[in-house]
Write a protein that binds this ligand. Structure first.
Ligand SMILES: *Cc1c(COP(=O)(O)O)cnc(C)c1O
Length: 377
């Protein structure tokens, strides 16, 4: 690696295989792709393109601008759902680009109603989200049923999907899963009796692995596509997708014991070999390294030393067989792998799943060169 910035590699073939594998897992359902937050930091454009080529036709975004960044690449038959709903300023883009907002409150539904009347059509329709126990966004089941009891109005407003979201799907044994499924199924039966054409969706990545009951008509995986284990505790059925490698800028051998980095929080003795690596907290590394405290170098684990700086991080290479030669400057500097191999995203997320997601989405801010493998299918 001759450049002075890290290299983020996204394996689109592995991504597509993960999508195919989820399809085998939920054969009765359509398998969407959640590509919000720039496909969890990996790049929504290449990710969407690869999945569309593989046959994916349902995509979920958080916001309208996120969807607009990829809409033009997707086949016309694709559905682009906006999880965050729709604000008045987004409305014309929603109609023009055939986006499908997920409406989560009565006031949003009323606003949608006014706009569809103003436009004289319902564009690519809308979805409704109800709260089955997560208590984030969503209609109350009673509010949803009141809407469903007006089938002609729903038809006019293009209501095509009813969804809810699981709060504890990553803990398979959590009683909340069964409770949410029970409420979802009850509401589904009632809504379907008024709106027979509407599709239903409950499961995210982990929800798919809770069992067939959770699949409904459409599943919404994000994390599993990107290599996260959707069945925590069991072997990961997904292929790793992301690798992040950082170049060493400088290696030095300490001629006296010294304190290291800002705040002098660490010290190392005479003879220690330290590497200055390109990448710091401005590149999201505090999230990655803060959780694991090490990287892989020449097949060996090397620890972080001291505080992570904005642009650089120090690693202790003293235990590498070549440490002294490296410090002497007579061999090429190595590359450190901070994500990938033994340091795969699941290692971070086994301690804290949210942290695993943060690690990926944090890569967006990084000053990395990006490389995409495959996806040409
Ligand atoms: C982000 C999100 C998903 C995807 O969740 P993963 O755990 O990444 O599979 C699905 N549904 C909703 C409503 C979401 O916000």
């Amino acid at each position: 690696m001759k450049a002075a910035t890290g290299l983020l590699t996204v394996n689109l073939d592995a991504l597509v295989e993960n999508w195919e594998s989820l399809r085998r897992r939920a054969p009765q359902a359509n398998v969407a792709a959640v590509i919000k937050a720039d496909a969890y930091g990996l790049g929504a454009v290449p990710v969407a393109r690869a999945l569309a080529r593989a046959g994916c036709r349902q995509f979920f975004f958080a916001t309208v601008p996120e969807a607009l960044a990829v809409r033009h690449l997707l086949p016309d038959s694709s559905e682009c759902f906006i999880l965050g709903g729709v604000a008045p300023d987004d409305m014309s883009a929603v109609f023009e680009h055939r986006l499908t907002p997920i409406l989560s409150s009565q006031s949003e539904f009323e606003r949608w109603s006014e706009w569809t009347e103003a436009y004289g059509h319902c564009g690519a329709g809308c979805g409704l989200k109800f709260d089955s126990g997560m208590t984030r966004m969503g209609l109350e089941p009673d509010e949803l049923l009141a809407i469903a009891r007006q089938p002609e109005r729903c038809e006019r407003l293009g209501v095509k999907l009813v969804m809810s979201h699981l709060a504890c799907a990553d803990e398979a044994a959590h009683p909340q899963n069964a409770a949410q499924l029970e409420m979802f199924s009850r509401v589904r039966t009632q809504v379907a009796s008024y709106l027979p054409g509407v599709k239903f969706s409950l499961a995210n990545s982990c929800g798919i692995y809770l069992g067939d009951d959770y699949h409904a008509d459409l599943v919404r995986p994000g994390a599993a596509l990107y290599g996260f284990n959707p069945a925590p505790g069991a072997a990961n059925p997904m292929r790793p997708v992301v690798t992040l490698r950082l170049p060493v800028l400088q290696v030095r051998c300490l001629h006296h014991s010294a304190s290291i980095g800002y705040g002098a929080e660490a010290t190392r003795p005479t003879g220690a070999v330290l590497a200055v690596v390109a990448g710091g907290y401005a590149d999201g590394l505090h999230r990655i390294l803060g959780a694991q405290g090490a990287a892989e170098c020449a097949g060996q684990e090397v620890p972080v030393v001291g505080r992570i700086s904005m642009d650089t991080t120090l690693f202790d290479l003293t235990d590498l067989p070549d440490a002294q030669t490296l410090a002497g400057g007579s061999m090429d500097y190595p590359v450190l792998t901070v994500l990938g191999g033994a340091f795969d995203v699941n290692r971070v997320s086994t301690r804290n799943r949210a942290l695993g997601y943060e690690v990926l989405t944090g890569l967006r801010s990084g000053r990395y060169r990006r490389e995409y493998i495959g996806g040409e299918g």
